[in-house]
Design a protein around this ligand. Structure first.
Ligand code: GAP
Length: 539
């Protein structure tokens, strides 16, 4: 599947629109249309149901080290600015950027790649912003020829020196560097830091005193409410707090449809446990979250669980794994992150007690400013846990499965897109596009059609529709040829279509059609609700 086909279908069928499209759109922002909003809601609901509400805290779940409890929260998007100072986001949540003085464009330092090359006795490091290896090589070669004033047929006069490498591997002297969109050498500036948090102002005054940030993750709202949850419920360790909500990052290069957006939704769990059992809980959550995507239909050959190498780990993490999907816009063999599962130790709770932490040898210590005082002071509140059975007091360790609702939606959209050939009304084979969503995720669960708009068929169909509507999101359609109505439903991924026809009026049965197999069979019209419910729930 080409990404363009999916993007076109998403617009045509109301899954996704560019934000503020009538004004030319806004880069990195996307709106969910009537079908998209249902799909994303179903993903969020499936996540919340499977992780929180359906969890039975009395039984040991398969693979879990013990029983555990789950609960939820819904925090504000704007929080006290000190939250981000202690979490590290204020100082550390940034990308390095370089500007091009010639093209006036800005690039993420680590996303610019290039090769050393010589031609006509001159030497340059020619860069590209292209994503795939093949595009990079083509782009660099084209630019090198142009730079040295050579024609394509003289490509063998280019002498390459070493492989394609990141610009970050060079010294900061860019005098011999050709920027990705420049025609002359040495136009790139030195890398500069750029914080990814969106800034805003609280109240009417608007000075530095009133600066606040839109949250870049939902996780911190959970940490700062840890004590509130403990005190207001009877939860005992181990337990998890889940939250779903919007996050905002001023991404330098939003790209690949919704994959990297500036406003997006996260589905995060902070799971608090005893330090001794935390490695086992890390393994449990990592495997459980991987299985969740498989259960909802992502293909195993496109989904991978990748444990981070030790050098990739954050300074506080004892283990992190990413669940990654082979999105169609990635180069062959490359995967994009859907969710990270991190063992965060006691870093977060300690940060909000003591102040921003830094690693010193094997220890995490409060970072000090030049005055010897904490660089960012913590809340001073006691966020430790007291176990009244063992009489032990300790700071719990945290396992964090952190998923993106929009990335999951995009992966399920990519996975669902299918094409086949089916006979039309005249028996001629024609191309069909259909979205093979898991029934739990499908935006519309069934469509009800009268074959024709006469002979009492619409009346029967409307009655069935009314019954189904009480429990499922169903769609009624009586306009146009029935074949075209089927195709419309296939394109939005409706698993079943129920049709009232001439036979219904004589024997009270209707046809039910399966989206994927195109199989049709007859059931009694009064059994429609039970049949649909059974098929949707796999019963
Ligand atoms: N609390 C940990 C945390 O936020 P993260 O890896 O930065 O970790 C977690 O984000 C998930 O949020 C990612 O795996 C991804 O699914 C989603 N996400 C992050 N940045 C995103 C963006 N710019 N656009 C869409 N989704 C994003």
């Amino acid at each position: 599947m080409e990404m363009e086909q999916l993007v076109a279908l998403c617009k045509r069928r109301g899954f996704l629109f560019q934000s503020s499209e009538i004004y030319g759109g806004l880069n990195g922002f996307w709106d969910y249309g009537p079908m998209g909003v249902e799909l994303k809601r179903n993903i969020r609901d499936a996540w919340w149901h499977d992780m929180v509400t359906s969890h039975n805290e009395l039984d040991i779940s398969p693979g879990a080290p013990s029983t555990y409890e789950m609960t939820g929260l819904d925090c504000t998007i704007i929080m006290h600015p000190q939250v981000w100072k202690c979490s590290g986001h204020y100082d550390l949540f940034h990308d390095f950027m370089i500007d091009c003085r010639e093209s006036k464009r800005r690039y993420r330092y680590d996303q610019v790649n290039g090769r050393w090359v010589e031609g006509k006795g001159k030497r340059a490091f020619v860069t590209t912003g292209a994503v795939s290896d093949e595009e990079r090589q083509e782009d660099v070669q084209r630019k090198a020829l142009k730079l040295f004033g050579l024609r394509a047929k003289h490509v063998d006069q280019l002498q390459w020196d070493g492989p394609m490498v990141s610009l970050t591997t060079l010294d900061d002297d860019f005098a011999e560097v050709l920027g990705p969109d420049a025609k002359t050498l040495g136009t790139l500036t030195e890398p500069r830091e750029f914080n990814l948090m969106f800034k805003t102002y609280i109240g009417a005054l608007g000075g530095e005193e009133s600066v606040a940030f839109l949250r870049p993750e939902t996780a911190q709202g959970i940490f700062v409410n840890f004590k509130n949850v403990l005190d207001s419920t009877r939860v005992k360790l181990p337990f998890g707090i889940a939250q779903v909500g919007k996050s905002f990052r001023n991404e330098i290069t939003p790209r690949n449809f919704t994959f990297r957006s500036r406003e997006f939704e996260q589905m995060e769990i902070e799971f608090f446990c005893h330090p001794d059992s935390s490695p086992d809980w890390y393994t449990y959550w990592r495997d459980r979250r991987y299985q969740w995507y498989l259960d909802l239909g992502l293909a195993r050959e496109r989904l991978q669980l990748r444990d981070h190498d030790p050098e990739e780990l954050s300074h506080y993490s004892c283990g992190t794994a990413d669940i990654e999907y082979a999105f169609p816009f990635m180069a062959a063999g490359e995967f994009g992150e859907l969710e990270g599962i991190a063992h965060r130790g006691d870093f977060d709770l300690r940060s909000h007690m003591e102040g921003k932490l830094v690693r010193q040898g094997d220890e995490l210590v409060v970072e000090e400013g030049e005055d010897g005082k904490p660089r960012h002071r913590g809340s001073g509140r006691d966020l430790q846990y007291y176990d009244d059975q063992t009489k032990e007091r300790f700071t719990p360790h945290v396992i964090e499965p952190s998923a993106g609702a929009d990335r999951a939606t995009l992966a399920f959209l990519c996975e669902a897109y299918q094409e086949d050939e089916v006979p039309n009304e005249k028996g001629k084979l024609t191309k069909r596009v259909y979205m093979k969503f898991h029934p739990r995720l499908a935006p519309v669960k069934a469509a009800v059609f009268p074959l024709v708009r006469k002979d009492g068929m619409p009346e029967v169909a409307k009655e069935i529709y009314g019954q189904l509507k009480t429990q499922h999101n169903v769609f009624y359609d009586e306009k146009g040829a029935v074949g075209r109505r089927y195709r419309r439903q296939d394109e939005i991924g409706t698993p079943f279509c129920i049709t009232v026809d001439g036979q219904t009026l004589t024997d009270g049965t209707v046809t039910i059609r399966d989206r994927d197999t195109l199989e049709q069979w007859r059931i009694k019209k009064e059994d429609c609700l039970a049949e649909l419910t059974k098929r949707l729930t796999g019963g």
